[in-house]
Design a protein around this ligand. Structure first.
Ligand code: FAD
Ligand code: NAD
Length: 462
């Protein structure tokens, strides 16, 4: 039996329910004024994850704990109490303004389902990994989106290597086990392949000298080039660096089916071919979460972009009242990046400050005693009502490509500066360090990098 509405902290204030604890929602949470609203956070994970460095955790360059920040570390600094529920939102009833939440963790109490009413809903649930419905991907592939995905990859990688080292293993089985395939040449696939290469060159070669020449990395991309969002010169630089690193690049190649030990691929000639593999990392981009698809079907006239929730320039969900959406859950003109999500979160908190001021001045205009005071309040009301649309400011794109090299496309004046190499890697490192959420995370990541420099990466299974 669902429990209705945990009591809000202050019944005289409106309640904002935030869904998610990723880039968009956490940025909103950090900026929202809890003096003005009751704030409730609902997310199936009780932490924020710094995704840009996630590929580094798949091989132990960085420990995953260094990239997470518990949401309660953030809420405890807010002036008023913020309620945090570790739960998944399974349903949004936009007419009744009620959401259903479910405790989907392994440990359950007497109750695992509840409902929460909202005055405003902020949807920042992100997206999930795209499979295009290709058979076998969910079952045999590894995604790279969450901490547990990275842990699974690390375990599987070490398992493939140790199994290949098992006595009496047939040569073709060793070859299969040591074939690491990455599907998708976007930044996720590229950064993962780069980290894997470094692990191989810097650590595995020392610990498994008998296997090292047999480990092979293949990257499969459907389009003619990798990294379509980067400039041509950086695409060429990445492709030539991959060549030097012996990462085999198959462009214009589509994966048609995934089996337990082999994938079926179709290359530029149209011929289908079976490719045996040990580890398969699947990074072909995003698709909409079921919660969002479900919400879209409640509003068929206004919600017809499959990529995500349609919102206007003020991040209001089209066709619904008092629902705002941001980040990867939405379909906008912007790329689904942390940069966009974080800026949207900050922006939306300012919108809510203005919405509150609007209500306040509306009341004050109403009760103003003199004409002069009424006019003064009316001017303030007008200012509060003037909410500017969201404006995105692009800071540039960065991507790690292995061997201490990175690429950067950074806007500069009216144009763009494209750079690649070891100096760009120093820039990449400093940019990520300064963007980490807390001093605690910065210290942890720098410690991990230092540890790796002195002792190499840990090859124990996750
Ligand atoms: P997310 O950060 O994915 O957060 C979604 C949140 O919603 C999570 O807390 C999740 O637990 C929660 N949630 C999910 N379902 C529910 C539900 N039903 N109810 C409630 N909560 C729910 N972008 C960059 O700009 N630069 C980079 O260098 C970069 N590197 C990346 C590297 C990797 C490996 C990956 C995967 C992505 C990278 N991105 C990068 C993209 C960036 O991570 C995303 O664009 C960003 O995370 C989007 O933020 P979001 O808040 O919309 O979603
Ligand atoms: P993506 O959408 O950027 O790239 C996916 C790639 O997979 C595309 O190049 C696509 O052509 C290819 N692909 C699709 N189907 C395929 C198939 N069946 N076989 C082979 N290839 C196929 O996805 P992503 O790399 O996961 O990135 C998602 C978002 O996160 C993007 O907006 C990206 O910019 C962002 N991100 C940024 C960084 C960074 O800035 N360093 C790192 C990771 C992710």
């Amino acid at each position: 039996h669902p429990v209705m509405n945990p009591t809000p902290a202050d019944p005289s204030k409106k309640t904002i329910v935030i869904l998610g604890s990723g880039w968009a929602s956490t940025s909103f949470l950090k900026s929202i004024d809890t003096e003005l609203y009751n704030v409730v956070v609902v997310s199936p994970r009780n932490y924020f994850l710094f995704t840009p460095l996630l590929p580094s955790t798949t091989v132990g360059t960085i420990d995953h704990r260094s990239l997470v920040e518990p949401i309660r570390f953030i809420t405890r600094h807010k002036p008023n109490e913020v309620k945090v529920y570790e739960a998944e939102c399974t349903e949004i009833d936009s007419d009744k303004k009620i959401i259903t939440i479910v405790d989907n963790s392994e440990v359950k109490g007497d109750r695992a389902t509840s409902t929460i009413s909202y005055d405003y809903l902020v949807v920042g649930v992100g997206a999930q990994s795209q499979t295009f419905g290709i058979k076998g991907v969910e079952e045999y592939g590894c995604f790279l989106k969450e901490v547990w995905d990275a842990q699974k990859i690390r375990t599987k990688l070490m398992d493939c290597i140790e199994t290949a080292a098992f006595p009496g293993q047939a040569p073709e089985e060793i070859e299969r086990l040591l074939h690491m395939v990455v599907v998708g040449g976007g930044p996720t696939g590229i950064e993962y392949a780069a980290e894997l290469h470094d692990f191989l060159a810097e650590d595995l070669s020392a610990w498994y000298p008998e296997l090292v020449g047999k480990i092979k990395i293949t990257l499969i991309e459907a389009m003619p080039n990798v990294l379509p969002a980067f400039s041509k010169q950086l695409i060429d630089y990445t492709e030539s660096t991959f060549k030097e690193q012996h990462i085999s690049l198959h462009t214009k190649t589509m994966v048609k089916e995934v089996k337990e030990k082999e994938i079926i691929v179709q290359g530029p000639s149209g011929e289908k071919e079976a490719m045996p593999y040990g580890l398969l990392v699947w990074a072909t981009g995003n698709t909409t979460r079921p919660l969002i698809r479900n919400l879209m079907t409640q509003h068929p006239e206004t919600q017809n972009i499959r990529r995500g929730l349609a919102v206007d320039d003020w991040l209001r969900m089209a066709g619904a009242n008092d629902i705002y959406a941001l980040g990867d859950a939405t379909a906008t003109k912007y790329a689904p990046t942390a940069q966009v999500a974080a800026q949207q979160g900050k922006y939306l908190a300012r919108v809510f400050a203005q919405l509150h001021a609007t209500e306040q001045y509306e009341n004050e205009v109403e009760i103003a005693a003199t004409a002069e005071e009424k006019a003064k309040k009316a001017r303030k009301l007008q200012k509060a009502q003037d909410i500017k649309p969201f404006h995105y400011s692009h800071q540039g794109s960065l991507c790690y490509i292995g061997s201490d090299k990175a690429i950067a496309d950074v806007p500069f004046g009216p144009g763009n500066v494209a750079a690649g190499g070891v100096a760009t890697y120093a820039f990449w490192r400093s940019a990520y360090i300064s963007n980490l959420f807390s001093a605690r995370n910065r210290w942890l990541v720098i410690t991990d990098w230092t540890k790796k420099t002195f002792w190499g990466r840990d090859i124990s299974r996750e």
